[in-house]
Design a protein around this ligand. Structure first.
Ligand SMILES: Nc1ncnc2c1ncn2[C@@H]1O[C@H](COP(=O)(O)OP(=O)(O)O)[C@@H](O)[C@H]1O
Ligand SMILES: [Mg+2]
Length: 320
């Protein structure tokens, strides 16, 4: 039963096939899961994920489950119960701005910490990075991207655009076929995460069963509720050393509720954009009063007017 891989992993000590009288110790029959856990540093990564990302309870739970599975796989491997590299390709579904890219980066770090990825970096691409415009351009493009991603995570945003059934000579198919091969043959050196809207991804998997069968973990990202969006905004401001005055807090609560109902709402990304604009208005306001010396507090504090000037508050007009 002993394989070359077992020997490399140290699961089978050298000379294990020797006669019983041999002084070589048999494979260990206990393994310290907790020591593995501590050595891997994943506790810290998981705690940071909990602390630094608002909400996402089901996502955080799924990631802990995956981490536990991988840790136990490691323990099994150490004791000689090797099952080969566990499937690690994933699919993250959810609306824009729900944290998919952010969590994928954390996942890359986690897999690196556990020794499942050599480098742990993330290469984020879309169809245009993989698929060429002309015959013969797609394979080299896809292979170049794969080369960059080796040892880390290849994150394919809106992966379903690779498949265009309406165009039977679409080069996307070529990219899919190369990806499928690498996902199978180099699964111990590359993790692919497909991301996008849930319904489109499901349709993509129905038409591409080969892709579907290579995905080991599906993680669904829910929309944030109003309180979570507010908390995300507060966290973003805090990390940039800004604060909201009491009346600006009220204004931002109102903003969140109004913005959600308007077109092109993109969860946490809409919050980031709103704050960028509020910071511009804050700066403009301070500049207009530049004769007065500025306190640290004034430089830090977003006022209600910086929020309420948004067109989101106008009854008609474009969202902003
Ligand atoms: N739960 C969260 N807590 C804090 N910030 C978040 C959270 N989710 C998303 N963000 C922030 O919102 C922005 C958009 O998130 P991103 O991961 O790019 O979303 P997606 O990839 O799903 O479109 C990023 O700046 C990210 O840091
Ligand atoms: Mg993204």
């Amino acid at each position: 039963m002993e394989s070359a891989a077992d020997r490399r992993n140290g699961a089978v000590p050298p000379g294990a096939n020797a006669p019983a009288a041999s002084i070589v110790a048999p494979p260990a029959d206990t393994v310290a899961l907790d020591a593995l856990f501590r050595d891997s540093n994943i506790g810290e990564t998981l705690d940071r994920l909990d602390r630094e990302l608002v909400g996402l309870a089901p996502v955080k739970r799924r990631i802990r489950e995956i981490a536990a599975f991988l840790l136990v796989s490691r323990a099994r491997e150490q004791i000689g119960l090797s099952t080969g590299a566990p499937g690690l390709h994933m699919c993250f579904t959810g609306n824009p701005g729900t944290g998919k890219t952010t969590v994928a980066m954390r996942m890359a770090a986690l897999l690196h910490g556990m020794g499942y990825l050599r480098k742990g970096h993330l290469v984020s691409v879309t169809r245009d990075d993989l698929v060429g415009q002309y015959i013969g351009h797609t394979a080299p493009k896809t292979k170049e991207v794969l080369k960059k991603a080796m040892g880390g995570v290849l994150f394919i945003d809106e992966a379903y655009y690779l498949y265009r059934p309406e165009n039977e000579r679409d080069y996307g198919q070529e990219a899919i076929e190369i990806l499928l091969q690498v996902m199978e043959n180099q699964r111990d050196d590359l993790v692919v995460i497909l991301a996008g809207y849930k319904d489109r991804m499901e349709a993509f998997f129905r038409s591409n069963p080969g892709m579907s069968s290579r995905i080991a973990h599906h993680v669904d990202f829910p929309d944030y509720d109003d309180e979570e969006l507010f908390a995300i905004a507060a966290l973003m401001l805090d990390s940039m050393h800004y604060r909201l005055s009491a009346s600006a807090q009220d204004a931002l609560h109102e903003y969140v509720a109004l913005r959600r109902a308007q077109p092109h709402f993109a969860n946490a990304r809409s919050m980031r954009n709103a704050l960028d604009r509020a910071r511009l208005r804050h700066a403009k306001r301070l500049f207009e009063e530049r004769e007065t010396p500025l306190s640290r507090d004034a430089l830090m504090t977003i006022e209600a007017e910086d929020i309420r000037a948004s067109r989101v508050f106008a009854s008609a007009g474009e969202p902003q």
